[in-house]
Design a protein around this ligand. Structure first.
Ligand SMILES: Cc1cc2nc3c(=O)[nH]c(=O)nc-3n(C[C@H](O)[C@H](O)[C@H](O)COP(=O)(O)O)c2cc1C
Length: 199
């Protein structure tokens, strides 16, 4: 299947088959794919938490607003978090990034109000969501992006302090009777003419 067909086929799964396991090599591929996500100045201000443990998934499901059922049913939940403690993240920058990027980040940090810096860091994490959604369908998996989570409670359950959860992605195999299946619910988007300008 070519990339256009894959994108036409991808949709947000609303109901999962909770019996069908995801092959470990596909989970490993998703880990590596997310790691390879591009970001501005290659800053990589993220943490991707892969949750397969059923007990932990149940806890997170209970603070996932209208997404509780999806989180419970899907075999994998990936929590996308952004660096929130900027002093802790400075250590990451100092220890893990090459000097040129470090100097660049330090300049940005010195000249940007903290709130704006945090918005900019969070934007980078959303790039990984696009990569993750596309990678999932390419791997033959269904997925659901979810901003509908109680981020503070996710942080407490995951014992996170330096990073802050932004959103999550359920991954697995959609149920046969998922009402949102692409065959049942055709893609709904604004028209090409209204969103693309060609000059
Ligand atoms: C950042 C983001 C957050 C979303 N949050 C939720 C969510 O919490 N629950 C949900 O069921 N769908 C969620 N969606 C799915 C969107 O509603 C969906 O992508 C959109 O309606 C287009 O449909 P499609 O993904 O099936 O093509 C989210 C999508 C994005 C990109």
């Amino acid at each position: 299947m070519d990339i256009l067909e894959l994108i036409q086929k991808r949709y947000t799964a609303k109901k999962y088959n909770s019996d069908k396991a995801i092959p470990q090599e596909k989970i490993d591929a998703l880990k590596e794919i997310l790691r390879l996500t591009p970001s501005s100045i290659n800053i990589q201000p993220w943490k991707f938490t892969f949750v397969q443990d059923p007990e932990m998934k149940t806890k997170l499901a209970s603070v996932s607003k209208h997404n509780t059922e999806k989180v419970n049913q899907a075999k994998l939940l990936i929590v996308f978090s952004v660096a929130d403690d900027l002093d802790a993240f400075q250590k990451v920058v100092d220890n893990e990034l090459p000097e040129a990027r470090r100097d660049w980040y330090n300049q940005i940090r010195a000249s940007t109000p903290e709130a704006d810096l945090k918005v900019w860091l969070a934007k980078q994490v959303y790039i990984a969501l696009g990569v993750g959604l596309t990678a999932s369908v390419a791997l033959g998996l269904d997925s659901s992006p979810m901003e509908g989570i109680e981020a503070d409670k996710y942080a407490a359950i995951l014992n996170m302090t330096a990073y802050k959860p932004l959103f999550a992605m359920a991954v697995g195999y959609a149920s046969e009777d998922d009402f949102n299946r692409i065959e049942v619910m055709p893609k709904s988007r604004r028209s090409l003419e209204n969103v693309i300008e060609s000059i």
